[in-house]
Design a protein around this ligand. Structure first.
Ligand code: IFM
Length: 472
């Protein structure tokens, strides 16, 4: 067996999200999302950056589709901007918003690129946040209405749908530590938000199924944390269990198994009685899915020892408030080895172990790597090239891990490189570059990096090139 070759039909893709690339924030009827409000609040985002212009993909999308064709990808994962499609989060759709996504999907299909739509990548219409946001149950109903509207408008072109991207971030960074929009810091609101995001997912899957042909595929993308204990002590192992419950099983429990894990309910009982969890909710959340989207960047290393008091740095931004309700005492450690510009450890074994664990926990569920990639301090050299060799090494290592997991029997159907373009990296603004394509922000000019050429070779051959010193 060629250990570098991926299975026939493996999906090679790349991914983006609306607020990170589109710009055109107040064009054609779009209204503010929580990220517009948050980024315009002084002190929230590094350098005061906002998504007002971003990469201007809203106007340059034809060029971006041509770049994807050159990359040789067979799929493109992007999100719809909820406030562009349904301003204020209620009522009828805005035709111009839908026209934008129709034209984009048509161009993708003409180039043999399958559109993979994420309904929600963090840009809640501000009016829904003003009405209470994700901690309120009614937001899950608004989301289901929006899902139905999007399916009616795009279901003739889009066959693969993802409800939410990384609901952990929406709930725990948005309402717990406050390093993401809307910037609230209330652990109970964060738990309520997580439940209502789960409920929104379940209701949206039902809405999608009702609107779409039976051949359509529905999924969710989770940033499953690969949690490791610092030592084998009972205390550290229990710390890893608590973080695993909040990071992972809070979502996989109801979504894939139809129940919240008892240890999660016990761990958080001192904070809330969970009365927001109503009869029938877990049945509504537990909908059949066609695959599970997995985003992986780095493993999570924890211990029971009390971390530095007063702030929390677990790789998700700095805050005086913990994103881990009931587990704020747990310490996070940076694993040994090299790191990316985010300070995240480069460790493909975390991806391999995570995939093997998912296979053990959910044997029948096909997996899709919906994000993987790295930020480095890229620059254009005097020859006009961006020689991002560290990114190539990162991608090679992680794709090798995926290939090994497939050989070990894990059903991984595809891989989406994060990201197509350098873009607005949330609280870090434009200071972190994740793209295979460099964006010169003052001009909007796109410059494919060396990693783009490397990835095009992988997508065309379906195989990883040998690396010097490797035997395969
Ligand atoms: O840029 C983000 C993306 O929006 C969600 N997943 C992680 C990426 C890198 O931080």
């Amino acid at each position: 067996m060629d250990t570098n070759r991926f299975p026939q039909g493996f999906t090679w893709g790349t991914a983006t999200a609306a607020y990170q690339i589109e710009g055109a924030a107040s064009v054609d009827g779009r209204t503010p999302s929580i990220w517009d409000t948050y980024s315009h609040t002084p002190g929230r985002v590094r350098n005061g950056d906002t998504g007002d212009v971003a990469t201007d993909h809203y106007h340059r999308w034809r060029e971006d589709v041509a770049i994807m064709a050159d990359l040789g990808v067979s799929a493109y994962r992007f999100s719809l901007s909820w406030p562009r499609v349904q301003p204020t989060g209620r009522g009828p759709a805005v035709q111009k918003g839908l026209d934008f996504y129709r034209a984009l999907t048509d161009a993708l299909l003409e180039n043999g690129i399958e559109p993979v739509v994420t309904l929600y990548h963090w840009d809640l219409p501000q009016e829904l946040e003003d009405a209470g946001g994700w901690p309120e149950r009614v937001t899950s109903d608004r989301f289901a209405d929006y899902a139905a509207l999007a399916a009616r408008a795009l279901g003739d072109r889009v066959k693969t749908w993802t409800t939410l991207n990384e609901p952990w971030c929406s709930a725990f960074l948005g309402y717990g530590s406050g390093v993401h929009a809307p910037g609230r810091t209330d652990p109970v609101a964060a738990l309520r938000a997580a439940h209502h995001l789960n409920l929104a997912h379940g209701k949206a899957v039902q809405a999608l199924r009702a609107e779409l042909p039976a051949s359509a595929r529905a999924s969710i993308t989770l940033n499953i944390h690969h949690v490791r204990a610092l030592t084998e002590s009972a205390e550290d192992v229990d710390a890893a269990r608590r973080i695993d419950a909040l990071a992972n099983r809070m979502f996989t429990g109801p979504i894939l198994e139809g129940r919240y894990p008892q240890d999660l309910l016990d761990d958080t009982a001192g904070l809330t009685d969970w009365s927001f969890l109503r009869n029938g909710d877990t049945d509504a959340i537990h909908q059949p899915l066609d695959f599970l989207g997995v985003n992986y960047y780095t493993p999570t290393l924890v211990s029971a020892a009390t971390g530095e008091a007063g702030h929390h740095s677990d790789g998700h931004g700095m805050s005086d408030h913990s994103p881990w309700p009931g587990a704020g005492h747990i310490a996070f450690h940076r694993p040994a080895g090299s790191t990316t510009a985010m300070g995240w450890a480069v460790d493909p074994t975390g991806l391999y172990d995570l995939l093997v664990r998912l296979k053990a926990d959910f044997p029948a569920m096909p997996l899709m790597i919906t994000e993987n990639g790295a930020a480095f301090d890229d620059y254009v050299d005097p020859e006009g090239e961006v020689r991002d060799l560290e990114r190539i090494a990162y991608l090679h290592g992680h794709l090798s891990a995926v290939r090994r997991a497939i050989a070990a029997g894990v059903d991984v159907r595809g891989y989406f490189l994060w990201s197509l373009l350098d873009n607005f990296e949330w609280g870090y603004g434009y200071s972190k570059r994740f793209g295979a394509v460099f964006v010169d922000y003052p001009t909007g000019r796109r410059i494919p990096k060396a990693s783009a050429r490397w990835y095009a070779d992988v997508t065309r051959t379906g195989s990883l090139p040998e690396r010097r010193g490797e035997t395969g």
